[in-house]
Ligand binder design. Structure first.
Ligand SMILES: NC(=O)C1=CN([C@@H]2O[C@H](COP(=O)(O)OP(=O)(O)OC[C@H]3O[C@@H](n4cnc5c(N)ncnc54)[C@H](OP(=O)(O)O)[C@@H]3O)[C@@H](O)[C@H]2O)C=CC1
Ligand SMILES: CC(=O)N[C@@H](CCC(=O)OP(=O)(O)O)C(=O)O
Length: 350
């Protein structure tokens, strides 16, 4: 092991967008040695042939996934595979000392029926019960004890943190919450699809899966946990013509008297120790360009007094805080490292 690099890691599905972002972050991580990257299609080929940006920087060659080999070689495996595969792959690593951070939805849910209502029958329900939802800012203590993490979806990562303090403190109604969110195209992954082709998505944008997206039950489970009662939301995602970035706006009815300065103060107080959450200046609203390529989440609040509504706006980079960055933040917490290790590059100013 290279000096100072005490944790050996592997990325399974390294040739997808989230997997490649993991390679980028882990390669520079001061305490991690990235030992293996896997792919079916590109096994035997250099990762730098798949992503030329890595030429002369990352010399790794893609290998076929082999649970026994990874279990012997690494301390942590990141699964950056499509949903429904990790529930079959993760059990193969049981019995080794290897911890797992899964970027798919397979280990995000506590409620098996909720998972199955939008995905498929779960074949590893025992492992699902052991897993911890890796929303770092809310579940740090459980994450520190976990052997398997369900890394949250990008829309929940962006939308839930601003809502959490208000729902926990009973300041907003648990009824009638609306989340309207916009994502860049990398959220759909690297596979070819008509909707993410240049001509289909440039110079315009569209809503999709209105009130029918699989992140709705994921968000409802967490909001219900934080509220201590059942919460139902309306969620409408949109695809916008940019490669990465996400913005979520939520609308909730206020239960208590609150103005904008008080709402901002609630966010600032709740996240005062969270190094990756920044509440915007009083007169500013978040912009996706300010978090591009970073693990930061920027948020702001406004009270629409004439309608008695709380409006929360938040932004992330879907591939970093929304996927690979949060996965590494989870690993840092699991292994007792500084939470921001490998994640603190200075953001682009424009
Ligand atoms: N993109 C994003 O913004 C976010 C993604 N995620 C989650 O991260 C995971 C990866 O997403 P993303 O990177 O976008 O997806 P991609 O489609 O870009 O990449 C998928 C990866 O999985 C591998 N793979 C695909 N099919 C199989 C298979 N049947 N068996 C084994 N390996 C397979 C692919 O390589 P190969 O085919 O060569 O094996 C590739 O490396 C998903 O679960 C996604 O939901 C979570 C949050 C945000
Ligand atoms: C733009 C776009 O298509 N986004 C994806 C979100 C994917 C994601 O990041 O979340 P999961 O990890 O749960 O797949 C979608 O709506 O399916």
């Amino acid at each position: 092991m290279t000096q100072g690099k005490t944790i050996a890691a592997a990325v399974v599905g390294a040739t997808g967008y989230a997997g490649a972002e993991l390679v980028r972050i882990l390669w520079d991580h001061p305490q991690v040695e990235l030992k293996a990257v896997t792919s079916r299609q590109y096994a035997g080929q250099a990762i730098a042939d798949v992503f030329p940006a890595f030429q002369g920087v990352v010399p790794l060659v893609c290998e076929e996934f082999n649970a026994q080999s990874l279990g012997e070689r690494v301390d942590v495996v990141f699964l950056a595979l499509p949903h429904k595969l990790p529930m079959a792959i993760a059990p193969q690593l049981e019995g080794t000392n290897t911890r797992i951070v899964d970027l798919s939805a397979d280990f995000r849910f506590n409620n098996q029926a909720a998972y199955e209502s939008v995905y498929q029958p779960h074949t590893s329900p025992e492992l699902m019960k052991k897993s911890v939802y890796g929303l770092c800012e809310l579940y740090r203590e459980e994450i520190a004890q976990a052997s398997i993490i369900g890394n949250p979806g990008c829309y929940p990562t962006c939308s839930l943190p601003p809502l959490a303090p208000f729902i926990q403190q009973g300041l907003i109604s648990t009824k009638g919450i609306v989340i309207d969110a916009k994502s860049g195209a990398s959220g759909a992954g690297r596979g070819l699809s008509l909707t993410t082709q240049y001509c289909e998505m440039t110079e315009g944008f569209s809503a999709y899966k209105a009130a029918a997206h699989r992140h709705c039950p994921e968000m409802e489970e967490i909001l219900s946990r934080e509220a201590g009662r059942d919460v139902k939301i309306t969620f409408v995602p949109h695809l916008v013509p940019m490669s990465r970035g996400m913005l979520a706006t939520s609308y909730s009815m206020l239960e208590k008297d609150l103005d904008t300065p008080a709402a901002l103060e609630i966010l600032r107080d709740f996240y005062k120790d969270a190094e990756f959450v920044k509440v915007c200046a009083d007169n500013a609203l978040p912009r996706t360009s300010h978090v591009r390529g970073t693990n930061y989440l920027h948020m702001a609040a406004r009270v629409d007094e004439h309608a008695n509504r709380l409006i929360l706006v938040s932004v992330i980079d879907n591939l970093v805080k929304g996927a690979a960055g949060q996965a590494v933040q989870n690993m840092n917490i699991m292994f007792g490292l500084a939470e921001g290790a490998g994640l603190k590059a200075v953001p682009y100013p424009v």
